[in-house]
Design a protein around this ligand. Structure first.
Ligand code: FPP
Length: 249
């Protein structure tokens, strides 16, 4: 029994998921537990993101797509939205230089038009500064909603059919994939192999609904600001164990 238990907790990291999606949840609860305002949780969440990005990059992960703000998050109190929207500005000054040194490339998905001017400017600066980097892609999902992404894709494809540039019979999974916001990612890594959600919630909340059709899902009770390199390794190890079982069948 003891042996079995040890075996189950042993970290197995031989197969690294190339694309990991993360739903960074629990910032508010983390702050509340410390009797701090919710926004302090987001600040701590940004720190956690920095550390996890560097750890993932060292492990050989190619793409990290992080859910930073959903289209539904606009309904939060105005002050909190303002604070989150200001994070990319702080992120650019304090965090991007270290990521740049680590050869990390920053990209984003989501509706840009509704983002405040300064937020967009900070993100675009980060995208521009790191565009020649060839390491891990840190892909921010900001003002992102998965169903809206699919609606937009259907509209584009319908227009191509209407313009007689495309036959309905030529619509394939690959073609749809090439119209989604993730189409800018390296072709082989467009879809996450593993999706992690922190804070014990068991939902995917409109995060990449098309792209995660075959992803392994990993849920942990840890709140996002507490998620660190060892938590990432545990998640990858869990993914490996599932993978190994699958391979053995
Ligand atoms: C969910 O926790 C978290 C968010 C809505 C924001 C996540 C943002 C970051 C971690 C920073 C991202 C960095 C940049 C540069 C944009 P919650 O507030 O829903 O937590 P709760 O469920 O405990 O209330």
């Amino acid at each position: 029994m003891f042996g079995l238990k040890r075996k189950n907790t042993e970290l197995i990291l031989d197969k690294i998921p190339k694309h990991i999606g993360i739903i960074m949840d629990g910032n508010g609860r983390w702050a509340k537990k410390r009797l701090q305002p919710r926004v302090m949780g987001h600040k701590a969440g940004m720190n956690a993101l920095q550390k996890v990005t560097i750890a993932a990059s060292e492990l050989g992960v190619k793409v990290l797509t992080v859910y930073a703000f959903s289209t539904e998050n606009w309904s939060r109190p105005e002050d909190e939205v303002k604070f989150i929207m200001n994070l990319p500005v702080e992120f650019f000054d304090k965090y991007v230089p270290e990521l740049h040194k680590n050869n990390v490339r920053i990209q984003m998905i989501g509706e840009r038009h509704r983002l405040p001017k300064e937020t967009l400017a900070a993100l675009e600066k980060a995208l521009e500064k790191t565009r020649h980097n060839s390491g891990l892609v840190l892909n921010f999902a900001l003002n992102y909603g998965g169903r809206a992404e699919i609606v937009e894709t259907v509209r584009e494809i319908a227009q191509e059919v209407l313009d007689a540039r495309l036959n309905p019979g030529d619509i394939t999974e690959d073609l749809i994939s090439g119209h989604l916001m993730t189409s800018h990612l390296p072709y082989l890594y467009r879809d996450p192999d593993l999706v992690i959600r922190t804070s014990g919630e068991l939902r995917t909340s409109n995060f990449l609904p098309w792209q995660i059709a075959y992803s392994e899902l990993y849920f942990t009770n840890k709140l996002w600001p507490d998620f660190d390199e060892s938590a990432l390794k545990e998640a990858i190890s869990d993914y490996n164990r599932r993978h190994r079982r699958f391979g053995g069948l």
